[in-house]
Design a protein around this ligand. Structure first.
Ligand SMILES: O=P(O)(O)OC[C@H]1O[C@](O)(CO)[C@@H](O)[C@@H]1O
Length: 278
């Protein structure tokens, strides 16, 4: 029975914030803004998934990630599908996902160079509770004023197509080569197969579930890890206390209990759901 509380790594970003989220210490007012908190385990080999919080005050770059084949061809362990669970958003917050219509890669390149890519991508209003699964190849940009939890394949590989004139490196050739510049079509609609269990995303690279007040035993297939991410509430997992704002890596199995109400995410690297909480 094992569950391990992951340590946090704070990542400064030009689009980050000074006021983060309950449970996370704000950076000093004269310090660099923090955009991401990563949950990791220094003692393990890179596990398949990575969980992060993102805190945005400005738009992220308009970007794209390679799929497994393209990433491996350039020496990386895997490509990057990612999913976002929106925790909070300003009334006018948006996320760009896909393009407004199909465009050629040549047009995408020209638009990235002259900035018209901002109008080419599809900025959708977002509100708390929404979830997006963005497969590799999707041209996207998370907008301003958003707090979200991201679950992604574990690789730090972003090809920036456009950065609004910020002085950061772009990766136009690599990015255009792996982009699918077309309108985004969700591959799944969230389902609640049982009271308290909602499937937010179901493959192809991971399953993401949202549980209300979970109690029982998490049972994972041999050798597989799972990520337990409490959004609210308290309880214990494998005999240790958990609280909101943490992330636990579960191996094999672990008993979980909730004190009263709670809201948690659970992610595991399979293409389809399994009966994980018994
Ligand atoms: O290049 P930027 O704008 O800092 O964005 C990179 C970030 O965007 C994301 O891919 C989210 O879309 C994060 O996982 C990643 O760290």
């Amino acid at each position: 029975m094992t569950a391990k509380r992951l340590t946090t790594r704070r990542v400064e970003k030009p689009w980050g914030r000074h006021s983060l989220w309950p449970g996370f210490t704000d950076p000093p007012a004269d310090g660099a803004p923090v955009g991401e908190i990563w949950f990791q385990d220094e003692t393990e080999e890179t596990p398949e998934l990575l969980v992060k919080y993102l805190f945005t005050a400005e738009r992220l770059s308009i970007q794209v990630h390679p799929d497994d084949a393209a990433a491996r061809a350039s020496g990386h362990a895997r490509g990057k599908d990612e999913a976002w669970v929106i925790l909070a958003a300003e009334p006018d917050s948006t996320i760009a996902i896909g393009t407004r219509g199909p465009v050629s890669r040549e047009m995408l390149r020209a638009a990235a160079l002259d900035g018209s890519i901002e109008a080419l991508v599809d900025w959708k209003p977002v509100k708390p509770g929404q979830v997006y699964y963005s497969p590799a190849g999707t041209v996207h940009a998370i907008g301003a004023g958003i707090t979200l939890i991201e679950v992604q394949q574990n690789v730090d590989l972003t090809y920036r197509l456009y950065d609004y004139g910020r002085p950061r490196e772009l990766h136009l050739d690599d990015g255009i080569a792996v982009s699918d510049p077309e309108p985004f079509v969700p591959n799944f609609t969230p389902e609640t197969p049982a009271p308290g269990r909602t499937i937010l995303a179901e493959g192809p690279k991971f399953v993401l579930e949202r549980w209300r007040a979970p109690r029982g035993r998490i049972a994972l297939p041999p050798g597989m890890s799972g990520w337990f991410v409490p959004i609210s509430g308290t309880g214990d997992i494998a005999g240790e206390a958990w609280q909101a704002g943490e992330c636990w890596l579960v191996h094999a199995d672990a008993t979980i209990a909730t004190d009263g109400e709670s809201d948690v995410l659970f992610a595991y690297p399979l293409a389809e759901r399994i009966d994980i909480l018994r």
